[in-house]
Ligand binder design. Sequence first.
Ligand SMILES: Cc1ncc(COP(=O)(O)O)c(C=O)c1O
Length: 468
Amino acid sequence: MEHWTAKRRDFLRMMGYGASAAAVAPLLAACGDANSQSSISELRSRLVQDEAFWTQVQSMFVLNPQRTYMNIGTGGSMPQVVLDVFAKENLLKAEDSSSGYGNLLDLRQQVAPGFGVDADELAFSANTSSGMCHAILGIDWQKGDVVVTTNHEHGGGNTPLSIAVARYGIEVSRIAMPVGNDQTAATYTNLFDERIRALKAQGKRVRAMMWSSPTYVTGTMLPIAELMQVVKTHELISIVDGAHLPGMMAYDYAALGMDFMSGAGHKWQCGPGSTGILVIRNKIRASNPLPLPKWYPVHSSSYSALERTTNGTATYDIAASVTSCGSLHVPMYKALAQACASWDTIGRKKIETYDLALSSYLKERIAERWGVESLYSPKDDPKLLSALTCFNPFANKADVKDAQKSTAFVNRMLSDFGPGFVIRNASFAVIGDSVNHNGIRISTHLWHDANDIDRLVDSMWSLRNSMA
Ligand SMILES: Cc1ncc(COP(=O)(O)O)c(C=O)c1O
């Protein structure tokens, strides 16, 4: 660290090397809400107004400078302070060979406030997929129960749903998802509400709603608060695949009130691989007065036969039953807790605002160059915004249906530019088309800035022209 300035050393200390949170306050001047309809130049100036701060944040990471890493939606990158905790705790464990048994209550108590919940409502899981298995396979499904979901779900949620179909005889009703900018939050509430009403009219027993916020294919943030109104109207169990939420969005999950939110610790939250955060409703709050669903742990060393509470006081620590299963990799979860502490210190809302401003800037620049119809992600309703951006880059619009060409675009974005860009594509159904589209998906996060996006857009445009 000798070559770093005193200012940078101070910053790193604040990010986990011992300074008090109060010392961070001067750096945390609010950066204003991103308005997705702002002009491109307004968005750009918002992004650069706090440049010194974000440059310091960028210096926390050890990312390879030969690449511009823009695939956080698949996996994040541990900052140095997290790597240090991980290494130190691994060494201590090897030296002392201490026990890995327990439910990590102390760590859950540290992490839970950043997500707006109590420790008994925040469990550590192995990743999003593991959390979805805990949630879905633990419910006391009855034959004929219907789960209403979308056709843009990830395998992490679809696999436990398929198991529940085969094992318990549930039925799955999928809503075809719209794509593009021409939609609002009400589009989704109407789609879910209408489908549920239609199923009920057929005599079906709709029992749960499951959806991704955001979807991994188009990055559309299905609006949780609004969809929870539909959940409450129809008295349903609510299961959110929130793989991308921890570390990206500063949501207060107690206020949202869903039964389950399964998120990754290793994506936007930048914790170690094999970590996840599962938020489980475990008491009745004003945000969701519905009874708690009956639920059994399926992967646990801790089982309480107590009934779930009917009031505001939990009868047992449900998150403990998810977290504890045999001997745990405690250093890994300590490293996750450090990642969460770093995010709390920077400010989760500040990160969300910056991430969404970056993504709005990218979406506006894509709309400017390629036309707004090239976007699969909506850009104008702020409730639908996430830090994922998906679009069709091709001069010949039909080329997006050619999976090989789309993969070639992804590969050439890495190989043809210096530094190359790490992005990905995603294959998904589009209403009215019999063939899947293979959109290009870009993740923008706290180590990026407006210049990265400018270079990305110029590079994608030049590749579009050479592949035309
Ligand atoms: C929406 C969604 N759900 C689930 C997953 C699976 O995530 P994990 O690797 O944390 O299990 C992903 C991964 O990309 C995802 O995007």
